[in-house]
Design a protein around this ligand. Structure first.
Ligand SMILES: O=C(O)c1ccc[n+]([C@@H]2O[C@H](COP(=O)([O-])O)[C@@H](O)[C@H]2O)c1
Ligand SMILES: Cc1cc2nc[nH]c2cc1C
Length: 351
């Protein structure tokens, strides 16, 4: 299934950027004066291959998973918070629910790896691959099959929501401990020292940060993830929600749907997808610059420039929801602004 998806991922065509640029330069403004809003419009026109696309249906996928490595004391919060927050998402009371409502996006909550039995609770997509990953200081977090299954779930969701007419996706996640595997992925795939890509996550002490760095170093030493094999990296030092996000990005690209990448953990998932197929980059928007150090290294590796810089570090998809509003603003400018000709405004630049 992954191979089939990869085959259908095409880069966006230069021709469409030129078509979009031509219109942008005819709108009543000095060329380039709407800055990155113009970039968003150009990219959307090229992704959709449509000069007047609409993005009325938006979905943010919040993948939840637990992490065996939390027994090492790498988070400021207990792992029970993961299922508790899932209930909060389903009741509509979490940060992502508020900001998604603000952005007019639907929140899709996916249990891909929570160490809790939700039974038949309404509103949750039950796609559990694993009841929490294994503690990766002793061996791989997941088997290769489990990692592949997580990616497939992301692809299946992208295919299903594309079919239902959704036009833009956002990524999000919830998982106590998940900045630890994300830093491990960042270190392996960007080849940076662990210290440079490991931060405080939910807000750990200096002492816990030292422990977290040692834990990640040990995990990389013991598991020896192959930096040239992103699925090997995902299975050995990753997490279920990170795999789901990687799959969603691959599926978005194969369906020609723009995907807004949230913060640090989402970017680790996006980086796995990028290393599997670099063409996915054409479909990605980096929502924001997370407080988490190490985020920039991953964005730089993919050549993505974050849209917002609001000192966010919540995850869930909150940054993705906010930046969707700006991406949409760029499209509205493109579709609704008058041209020089229509408005009778002179387009002659004085010498
Ligand atoms: O999105 C981010 O950049 C981000 C940065 C730090 C923490 N988080 C969230 O906090 C949790 C992980 O933090 P931790 O300290 O438990 O590894 C997880 O539920 C994430 O959604 C998210
Ligand atoms: C309360 C809480 C909410 C979260 N949302 C994403 N990560 C989180 C971590 C905590 C601790």
């Amino acid at each position: 299934m992954i191979d089939e998806t990869l085959k259908s991922i095409k880069p966006v065509e230069e021709k469409w950027y030129e078509i979009a640029q031509h219109r942008l330069d005819n709108l009543t403004k000095p060329p380039g004066s709407l800055g990155r809003l113009e970039e968003f419009a150009r990219r959307l026109v090229a992704i959709f291959e449509d000069n007047a696309p609409s993005m009325n249906k938006k979905a943010i996928f919040t993948f939840a998973g637990d992490h065996g490595v939390t027994v090492e004391g790498v988070s400021a919060y207990p792992k029970e918070v993961t299922p508790q927050m899932v209930f909060n998402f389903l009741r509509g009371g979490a940060g992502i629910n508020v900001l998604a409502r603000h952005a007019g996006a639907e929140v899709v909550v996916v249990d891909i790896g929570v160490d809790y039995d939700f039974n038949d609770i309404e509103g949750l997509l039950k796609m559990k691959v694993i009841k929490g990953t294994r503690n990766f200081t002793n061996g791989p977090a997941m088997t290769k099959d489990e990692a592949v299954r997580c990616i497939e779930i992301g692809i299946e969701l992208a295919n299903g929501y594309a079919k239902k007419g959704y036009k833009i996706f956002g990524t999000g996640e919830m998982g106590i401990g998940n900045t630890t595997p994300s830093s491990a992925i960042a270190a392996v795939l960007t080849k940076r020292p662990v210290e440079e890509v490991t931060g405080r996550g939910t807000g750990i002490s200096d002492e816990a940060l030292k422990r977290k760095i040692d834990v990640i170093k040990k995990a990389i030493e013991i598991n020896m993830p192959d930096p040239d094999d992103p699925i090997d990296v995902l299975s050995k030092v990753g997490g279920a929600e990170i795999g789901g996000i990687a799959g969603l990005v691959l599926g978005a690209a194969s369906n020609r749907i723009p995907v807004v990448i949230d913060g640090f953990i989402s970017t680790a998932g996006a980086l796995i997808a990028y290393c599997i197929e670099p063409k996915t980059k054409d479909y990605m928007f980096a929502a924001h610059n997370s407080v988490e150090i190490g985020h920039k290294a991953m964005l730089d590796k993919m050549g993505l420039k974050p849209i917002l810089d609001l000192d966010l570090r919540l995850g869930e998809g909150t940054g993705a929801a906010l930046s969707m509003l700006l991406i949409e603003a760029g499209l509205k400018i493109y579709k609704e602004m008058a041209t020089f000709g229509e408005a009778g405004v002179s387009n002659e630049i004085q010498k």
